[in-house]
Ligand binder design. Structure first.
Ligand code: NOJ
Length: 516
């Protein structure tokens, strides 16, 4: 287990939109290098970088054309090497994005696989054995290649699924078992890709759709077994490198698959969603627990954490995030005070937290934008970083109509430079809470976690992290709870919290991190 994870706070960089160093309107690796000091000063000591591989960009780079080459728009492989070195000089770490479930349909492997004559990559993807064979339960692309067969899609139509076999083989004429030599070769091919970047200096991977490898594998037994094998390689050859899964099932991902951390994703109705992202599309009301409306319920989060945290604590981390490139930014429905309270809570929960670029200044979710590179409703969370009040908010020197996506030019659009100068800004809150977290092992990844007060449809929510207690009342109404501790020191707070006579009282919209 890489020890550095325990004390890490990640910053997610969407490379297209972070910093453009050469004035072509799109972010690049040299731009990111120029902002590493900024990320470090904010307190983040690790980076997750969205895909930077050569791509056709039908899905913003999750459609990889060449796993071994940096997309020219971001720079060269030498730039990537320099990035790893610059990150390490600053005592930071960087995870690349690994996309093992599918490639672009322009990837060289696919070009070879779709040839009508049998060749050594014919089984690199999942093909039926005739173009007339198209069972409706599978998402197949039919009749668009010269090969006599249809191929399975993993996400968008441009993303054919790599072949790791079927756990339950229901159509033996075209489905291979997981131990078929060609399926084992797919695993080896992905390991080769990993070694290539790890040897160059990257510190591990965030793994895209990690649960999607083996098909007809409902309980993910065979998929987890593949990852467990990859973890063996990591332990042996790259023990300081980390694997973080996009899976949202910590018991499977961490305990069975050997991932070091697993994202707690926004799956509608789950604990993370009901706590932070629960907008009722029917009633058009905000029902998140962490909304000032005060209509939420914390119990789904509590029961999921109670089940998953102790079960996985000794093996890996659950990762909370402020947002990512697939979700609307929380600023879409929360105001600045709500964001401060929510982010302080996220950064004092256990696990390894992730901050999405621009969330530290409350960048807007630009819902009015049309889709870019397969972003669709996600596009509004992928706009250029707002560094200052200058041209294109400091993102690029290009003409505004040449930018990857428009910069938010609305009145009061936040920027880094102004928030750095304002001691009451969201930026300062985020920076302060990250600093406190990193200075106190009790608040880090695997520190103790115990829920002290949580009741159905009730505020506040109180939990203990070792010698600290965090009490939070996101609702606009005052809230009370029985409290059997003495507040020895108020370490960080928003709003007003008072402890007396065995009761804690939190004013509406308060957060308190205290020593007990
Ligand atoms: C999850 C990624 O986060 C998302 O952006 C992408 O579109 C899909 N996986 C497909 O790779």
């Amino acid at each position: 287990m890489p020890q550095w994870l325990n004390n890490s706070v990640f910053y997610q960089v969407y490379p297209q939109s972070f910093c453009d160093s050469n004035g072509d309107g799109i972010g690049d690796i040299q731009g990111l290098i120029s902002k590493l000091d900024y990320i470090k000063e904010l307190g983040c000591n690790a980076i997750w970088l969205n895909p930077v591989y050569d791509s056709t960009f039908m899905d913003a780079g999750y459609d990889v054309r060449d796993y071994y080459k940096i997309a020219p728009r971001y720079g060269t492989n030498d730039d990537a090497k320099m990035l790893f070195e610059e990150v390490h000089k600053r005592d930071m770490k960087l995870l690349m994005d690994l996309v093992p479930g599918h490639t672009s349909d322009t990837n060289g492997w696919f070009t070879q696989s779709k040839q009508p004559l049998k060749n050594e990559l014919s089984n690199r993807y999942i093909w039926t054995d005739s173009v007339w064979e198209a069972p409706p339960q599978y998402r197949l692309q039919c009749g668009i290649t010269d090969r006599d067969g249809n191929y399975l899609v993993n996400y968008f139509s441009s993303q054919p699924a790599l072949n790791y076999g079927f756990y339950e083989v229901t159509h033996p004429n075209w489905q291979l078992p997981v131990n078929h030599p060609d399926c084992l070769r797919t695993v080896e091919a992905v390991k080769d890709v990993m070694r290539f970047w790890l040897d160059m200096g990257c510190d591990g991977f965030r793994v895209d759709m990690a649960d999607s490898l083996v098909k007809n594998d409902d309980d993910k037994i065979a998929t987890a077994a593949i990852w467990a094998g990859i973890r063996e390689m990591m332990d042996k050859d790259y023990p300081e490198c980390a694997l973080v899964s996009e899976w949202c099932h910590p018991i499977r991902a961490i305990n069975k698959g050997g991932f070091h951390a697993d994202f707690y994703l926004d799956h509608r109705g789950n604990g993370y969603s009901t706590a932070f992202r629960f907008y009722n599309y029917e009633t058009k009301e905000q029902e998140s627990y962490f909304s000032k409306e005060g209509k939420g319920d914390i119990m789904t989060l509590v029961s999921e954490l109670n089940e998953n945290y102790p079960a996985t604590k000794d093996n890996g981390y659950i990762s909370f995030f402020t947002c990512n490139h697939d979700n609307p930014r929380m600023s879409a429905w929360y105001d600045e005070l709500e964001l401060k309270i929510n982010f302080c809570t996220i950064f004092t929960l256990p696990g390894v937290p992730f901050l999405y670029y621009g969330d530290e200044i409350g960048m807007r979710y630009m819902s009015e934008l049309t889709s870019k590179e397969g972003g669709f409703s996600r596009t509004g969370s992928r706009t250029p970083m707002q560094w200052n009040s200058g041209k294109n908010k400091g993102f690029s020197t290009a003409d505004p109509d040449k930018l990857y996506l428009p910069v938010d030019m609305s009145e009061n659009a936040p920027d880094v430079e102004s928030q750095m100068k304002d001691e009451n800004s969201l930026y300062q809150t985020v920076k302060n809470i990250i600093k406190i977290r990193k200075e106190n092992p009790d608040l880090c990844g695997n520190g103790d976690f115990e829920i002290l007060f949580a009741e159905k449809n009730t505020y506040p929510f109180i939990f203990r992290r070792g010698s600290f207690v965090i009490a939070v009342n996101p609702s606009a109404n005052d809230a009370f709870a029985p409290f059997g501790y003495e507040m020895k020191e108020k370490v960080y707070s928003i709003g007003e919290t008072v402890v007396s006579n065995g009761t804690i009282k939190l004013k509406g919209q308060s957060y308190c991190l205290m020593k007990i």
